[in-house]
Design a protein. Structure first.
Length: 342
């Protein structure tokens, strides 16, 4: 199947990379080891194949050195937790997931921004490392941003831990409309777009953020990122039996072959990109007084759409499971990440 249409669509936006990329990569290697997120050789091998430091540097090209490191660390946390939910036994134990999600919620609502939990070894590593990230992110953010981010992260985690996990247990292939709405949460893309405010040191006012035009532009950009990810990860996910992928859902529900389903998703990515560009123009005309926050946020969404396709087309993470060593999930999942083992 040809992925050229996606690359042609997103060539509208310029290739950029953060000048602090090597610093972010080095910091990330230290951080995942120090926090206990990646310890075993097999887990480290797969983690290094993904190159999340490079990914963060592609989608936040204007971040300063400190924020480039912070974004890389956040990416590692989000992807490693996602792997546990998608591929591990924890992702199929709803009662255990509810306990872990409650612990994460406690970190995000704590008065000390998680400082007292960061570094602890008597809680799951995903909880203690989240506390470390939150104490480095939240204190300098506005109350409005913190509320929005916590809402988005909770929706991301709860949707993955209940809706996706429930589908896997029931053997359900979700319908296309439901999947598209849920995908913006399970893909953590609202969370990642929120980080634009942090790296650019801006705070988009509610009057702009809640406007129909901004929501349309944001959802269009989020869809482009999520659907691009689905196309590039399709073969790898199907090799693991995963059904939460737009290309597969189109194939399954519309009776299409694999290439036709992918072509349909590529056409949808093109349509959402055009919608973003049209709405971007509308936003600039509607809120000229807010150009100081709109310009960097819109640029951030463009960087996300372009940087995501550049990373997705190169990372070994989305090669089929047989080609990415180690192939067996038990060899790359750390049992302490969502579990209670020390």
């Amino acid at each position: 199947m040809s992925l050229d249409p996606i690359q042609q669509t997103l060539d509208r936006f310029p290739f950029q990379i953060n000048p602090h990329v090597e610093q972010a990569r080095a910091q990330l290697t230290r951080w995942v080891h120090d926090t206990g997120l990646v310890l075993r050789d097999s887990a480290r091998e797969r983690f290094e194949h993904a190159d999340f430091g490079w990914f963060a540097s592609m989608v936040y090209p204007s971040a300063d050195a400190g924020h480039a490191e912070l974004m890389a660390d956040w990416f590692a946390w989000l992807f490693l937790v996602d792997d546990q939910l998608d591929d591990g036994a924890d992702g199929r134990s709803l009662a255990h997931l509810a306990e872990v999600m409650a612990a994460m919620r406690s970190v995000l609502t704590s008065a000390d921004f998680g400082a007292s939990v960061a570094g602890r070894r008597d809680v799951p590593r995903a909880v203690s490392s989240l506390a470390d990230l939150w104490r480095r992110t939240a204190p300098d953010a506005t109350d409005r941003w913190r509320r929005l981010f916590v809402q988005h992260l909770e929706e991301c985690l709860s949707t993955a831990a209940t809706w996706e996990a429930g589908n896997r247990l029931a053997g359900t292939v979700p319908d296309e409309a439901t999947y598209i709405a849920k995908r913006r949460h399970t893909g953590a893309i609202y969370v990642c777009m929120d980080f634009i405010d942090i790296v650019e040191r801006i705070d988009v006012p509610d009057t702009v953020y809640d406007s129909p035009a901004f929501r349309t532009a944001l959802d269009a950009a989020c869809d482009v990122v999520c659907w691009t990810n689905d196309v590039y990860s399709l073969e790898k996910e199907r090799s693991l039996g995963e059904v939460h992928n737009l290309a597969y859902i189109v194939e399954h529900h519309h009776g299409l072959d694999r290439d036709a389903a992918v072509a349909r998703v590529c056409a949808a990515i093109e349509a959402q990109t055009r919608l973003f560009l049209a709405t971007e123009t509308e936003l600039r005309q509607t809120f000229p007084q807010h150009a100081a926050v709109l310009d960097p946020y819109l640029a951030g969404m463009r960087s996300w759409m372009r940087g995501n396709v550049d990373w997705s087309s190169r990372t070994k993470r989305y090669q089929s499971a047989e080609l990415v060593g180690p192939a067996r999930t038990g060899e790359y999942l750390e049992t302490t990440l969502l579990g209670s083992q020390g």
